[in-house]
Design a protein around this ligand. Sequence first.
Ligand code: NAD
Length: 394
Amino acid sequence: MIIKPKVRGFVCVTAHPEGCAAHVQEWIDYVKAQPSIQGGPKKVLVIGSSTGYGLASRLSLAFGARAATLGVFFERPSEEGRPATPGWYNTIAFTKAARADGLYARNIMGDAFSDEIKAQTIDAIKADLGQVDLVVYSLASPRRTHPKTGAVHKSCLKPLGAPYTNKTVDTDKGIVSSITIEPADEAEVADTVAVMGGEDWELWIDALRAAGVLAPGAQSLAYSYIGPEVTWPIYQNGTIGMAKNDLSRAAKAIDAKLSPSGGRAFISVNKALVTQASSAIPVVPLYISILYKVMKAAGLHEGCIEQMHRLFATQVYNGHTPTFDEAGRVRIDDLEMRPEIQAAVAALWPTITTENLESETDIAGYRTEFLKLFGFGLNGVNYDAETEPHIPLI
Ligand SMILES: NC(=O)c1ccc[n+]([C@@H]2O[C@H](COP(=O)([O-])OP(=O)(O)OC[C@H]3O[C@@H](n4cnc5c(N)ncnc54)[C@H](O)[C@@H]3O)[C@@H](O)[C@H]2O)c1
């Protein structure tokens, strides 16, 4: 099958297996070029391990600290005439490379919100690892079937209280327009908290503890975002922000459970980056396009792999302990939030139009990164050649 990108709105419905493998290899090469992480975890469970920050976490710790990794994710396999989703191919590429390097890597494909996948994961830990010393929780999902009630909760990205109007960009067509988003009702807030809040993270930790598969001193972390005021109505003060507040609540509750044995749980606030999850948020892709322009010009740009490697190498391991902000979070978004970076973004924001989008923002870099998520635009891959889309998971 010859596979080309097919972009529909904020998703690409195709993915290229060799391109995804080349993308994973770029990340491995980055990690291998850094000094190794000392005192890192030996056995790591990553929930949401196939793309974005979760994949970058898994890969940093495998190749940077030689950790054994167990990954949990939910991806769609290939079908007749249709490639699999990128995380499927990423996971195969990661696993092959890790095993070739003598590293343990095992994968569990299925709904992490379910009791069944939690049980399968615990069985895998018992069989192969005994216990894990780090649990990374990096799920981003549009829906969750609640394991106890069976209710299906759908998350939404809406402001609270009043409609929110701002600029947004159609990243595919390059059109800057004004968007008004109506506020969420109470049920939508509750649903978004049910999907993206902390309850499932707590259920995971409770299940792992009850099964005795958390090592003494085990740590757990989850990821959040704050960003600039221009995005607050839709992010920090919107439905997703309420879910992230609940994630912070869960971090404290989990921390209280892990700290008696010398462990800890905390949230890392990460930089805004192009991922499948962030491309779906109104306004944010325009912000990212401007931010990339400003951060690249300042020599401060980082992608997922640089962010996660820096998190583990400078905040968690290598003899470091985390530096927490006033709310107890690690701020690996520190470079994004520097006053001079935010001032430059804020100055550009009102001036951006469809006409100057290409010259004044890094929309080109946004598009390149977006296509890379699906394995397109990687050096050394022949996109005109036949490629095998049906690859079994390993
Ligand atoms: N992208 C950003 O700009 C950004 C910034 C800061 C924080 N974050 C946070 O980082 C975390 C990860 O987001 P991302 O951007 O890397 O997202 P992503 O879409 O790249 O990755 C999501 C992962 O979750 C997995 N997943 C989704 N539903 C699942 C399910 N039901 N069962 C099992 N696995 C499932 C996917 O397979 C994938 O591995 C989120 O908490 C997000 O809010 C993202």
